[in-house]
Design a protein around this ligand. Structure first.
Ligand SMILES: Nc1ncnc2c1ncn2[C@@H]1O[C@H](COP(=O)(O)OP(=O)(O)O)[C@@H](O)[C@H]1O
Ligand SMILES: N[C@@H](CCOP(=O)(O)O)C(=O)O
Length: 331
């Protein structure tokens, strides 16, 4: 689930009245997601690409965890920048005073364009190809964004987050988990610093991509977006799309299609290709760290499905053993 905060009908009606989107018709809490509270909002207005004669639909997001208020102009401005450049990204709906976000009881909220599509559980090579292409399009479109944000969960940030969990707490999740600390230290020492950069999504999992058939209709959840190496973003997406949920089964075909789609718009430099194995291991480390921290900090009775860090320990081990063969074209 991800509705952490209850908003009453009166509160929602008053909130929607602050936007030029018509009157509130309905608001339904959205179960998916883990970080923020989200509602699907319907209004009497028609100011939305998704309007189908029944009114207009929007996503209302209340920012709950891991998001600094000072980063919101970057995230919401990025949505507008990318959607203006025809990337499949929802735009931010600004309020009557032009503000991209508002505060409600001390929490930030934003109204976001609703995009059609569904998240796939078992992607096909055609879908992976489209995702690779959409990622490359986003990297190109972000070049003139003009704002930047550091990656707080880069390899050193991930190593620190994991270390702060403490060995006993990590071992209580799984006895094999503390070993990741040593690997994180090694990756941090060897991390490449010379790769071409752009604004990256850094969390482009299947549940953050909306699709209709083989078409990407929406890339959402840009709340980890930051400046980093473009090949790192591709490596994150590879780790997120090319395995079954638990990380036991790797699909060479999905990986090859993803990279082929990316390279149809932006060819990787030889140095970027050479670094893919270490970048993918760093990507796994980032999700091991955040999942371990969430696992330890989430109360056992919270209505949130905790994600297992071991799913990414398995991927990490795969990338460590496979090296560059994990990124080879399909046979
Ligand atoms: N712009 C959008 N258009 C359509 N559905 C969306 C949009 N944004 C979010 N959603 C829906 O809300 C769910 C949760 O959103 P997400 O941003 O991933 O939340 P969280 O940050 O909590 O992970 C998504 O899985 C999707 O179903
Ligand atoms: N994709 C990450 C978790 C981040 O959560 P999101 O719902 O905000 O995408 C993971 O799988 O660990």
């Amino acid at each position: 689930m991800a509705v952490y905060t209850h908003l009453g009908a009166e509160e929602l009606t008053a909130l929607i009245a602050q936007y030029d989107v018509g009157e509130l018709v309905s608001a339904k809490g959205i179960a998916e997601g883990v970080s923020n509270s989200n509602w699907l909002i319907e209004t009497t207005g028609s100011d939305s690409a998704s309007s189908d004669g029944r009114g207009a639909r929007f996503i209302l997001t209340m920012y709950e965890r891991r998001i600094e208020l000072s980063d919101l102009p970057f995230f919401l401005g990025l949505l507008d920048h990318l959607s203006e450049r025809d990337c499949p990204v929802p735009r931010t709906i600004h309020d009557l005073e032009g503000a991209a976000y508002r505060l409600l009881d001390g929490k930030a909220i934003a109204l976001i364009e609703y995009l059609p599509g569904v998240s796939v559980d078992h992607p096909t090579p055609g879908q992976a190809r489209a995702v690779g292409e959409a990622l490359a399009q986003m990297h190109a479109a972000s070049q003139d964004f003009g704002q930047t944000r550091a990656n707080g969960l880069d390899i050193e940030g991930s190593r620190r987050m994991l270390a702060e969990c403490g060995t006993p707490a990590l071992a209580s999740i799984d006895p094999a988990l503390p070993k990741s600390l040593e690997i994180a230290a090694r990756l941090s020492e060897d991390w490449p610093q010379d790769l071409p950069r752009a604004i990256c999504h850094t969390d482009l999992f299947p549940d953050n991509v909306l699709m209709l058939g083989d078409q990407v209709t929406g890339m959402i959840d840009f709340y980890f977006a930051c400046e980093d190496a473009m090949a790192y973003d591709l490596a994150v997406t590879h780790a997120a799309w090319c395995f079954d949920r638990t990380g036991e089964q790797f699909s060479q075909d999905i990986g090859a299609a993803l990279i082929e789609g990316y390279e149809s718009l932006r060819k990787l430099e030889p140095r970027e290709r050479e670094c893919l194995p270490i970048l993918a291991q760093g990507a796994c480390m980032r999700f091991i760290a955040s999942r371990a921290e969430d696992w330890i900090e989430t109360p056992a009775d919270a209505l949130v499905t905790r994600k297992d860090p071991m799913d990414f320990v398995r991927r990490l081990s795969f990338y460590g053993k496979a090296g560059s063969s994990a990124f080879a074209p399909s046979r």
